[in-house]
Design a protein around this ligand. Structure first.
Ligand SMILES: Cc1cc2nc3c(=O)[nH]c(=O)nc-3n(C[C@H](O)[C@H](O)[C@H](O)COP(=O)(O)OP(=O)(O)OC[C@H]3O[C@@H](n4cnc5c(N)ncnc54)[C@H](O)[C@@H]3O)c2cc1C
Length: 86
């Protein structure tokens, strides 16, 4: 069962609202990534740019989880990365 995006600024202003097909049966790839949030999509792009075939398996919609709900703030206090605040 796939859930739609929650109502956020991101979902309200998204220009690309395409859906992706449900996986039926088997699929082959060099790498399978579970979850289409920042982590999964960034990893997929990095790996694809290095020539690997990548499949992203997302239970709901791309950006459905925390990625589609966050405040968009880049701070060291959230990430714990002190380099980000220097
Ligand atoms: C309200 C809120 C505000 C935030 N504000 C900030 C901020 O201002 N700045 C900041 O840096 N960070 C913020 N964050 C944190 C940041 O959004 C998250 O750390 C980041 O989005 C996590 O990305 P992710 O890809 O790891 O997880 P997610 O975006 O949650 O992606 C995980 C995906 O995996 C899918 N999934 C889970 N299980 C399965 C399965 N078994 N099969 C297939 N798919 C599955 C989910 O549907 C989901 O789409 C905020 C988070 C929230 C919730």
């Amino acid at each position: 069962m796939s859930e739609d995006h929650v109502e956020t600024y991101y979902s309200a202003t998204a220009r690309d609202k395409r859906g992706f097909p449900t996986l039926h049966g088997d699929i082959s790839a060099d790498v399978a990534i579970i979850g289409g949030g920042f982590t999964g999509i960034a990893s997929a792009v990095e790996l694809a740019e290095r020539g690997l075939s990548v499949v992203v398996l997302e239970a709901n919609k791309i950006g459905w989880g925390a990625t589609g709900r966050n405040g968009g703030q880049v701070t060291g206090s959230l990430s714990g990365d002190t380099a980000a605040v220097q």
